[in-house]
Design a protein around this ligand. Structure first.
Ligand code: ADP
Ligand code: MG
Length: 136
């Protein structure tokens, strides 16, 4: 487990860039934290570290964004998931058994559904520009 505090969006992006070096194809990263904590910001930084420099934003309505990269990147946001059965409609197993790298915001919405998470990152808001990042 590692815990660090960042004091700006840029510091979080920097942490994300180095975190990306730990990742390999097939990894699934759970991102937890309240609205505005920085889940999408962190995801953007990690994507950059993986070589993807395009637009990264919360797939709140579409639930999943796919970014062209080697390895491919899948960005899920389960915030608006109504029931765990809906995971089958988005083809969840395409991601949880993929050779890409998958980010899942709001993984707790999946309840007991097995998401095969390999890395878990929790972000806590500690002040206007302060965030505690706990990664396991
Ligand atoms: P989430 O996806 O968790 O809802 P976002 O990444 O969309 O959150 O938004 C995080 C917001 O918090 C952004 O507006 C960002 O500029 C701001 N912010 C302020 N300080 C930090 C920090 N230390 N790390 C990350 N984001 C920060
Ligand atoms: Mg988000």
């Amino acid at each position: 487990m590692t815990e660090i505090t960042t004091n700006s969006e840029q510091e979080t992006l920097n942490w994300a860039l180095s975190f990306a070096k730990n990742l390999k194809p097939g990894d699934i990263i759970a991102l937890e934290g309240d609205l505005g904590a920085g889940k999408t910001t962190l995801c953007k930084g990690i994507c950059k570290g993986l070589g993807f420099n395009g637009m990264v934003n919360s797939p709140s309505y579409s639930i999943v964004h796919e970014y062209p990269n080697k390895p491919p990147i899948y960005h899920l946001d389960l915030y608006r998931l109504k029931k765990t059965d809906d995971l089958y409609d988005i083809g969840i197993e395409l991601f949880t058994f993929s050779k890409g790298i998958t980010f899942i915001e709001w993984p707790q919405m999946a309840g007991n559904f097995p998401l095969n998470i390999t890395h878990s990152i929790k972000i806590k808001i500690a002040g206007e520009n302060d965030r505690v990042i706990i990664s396991t």
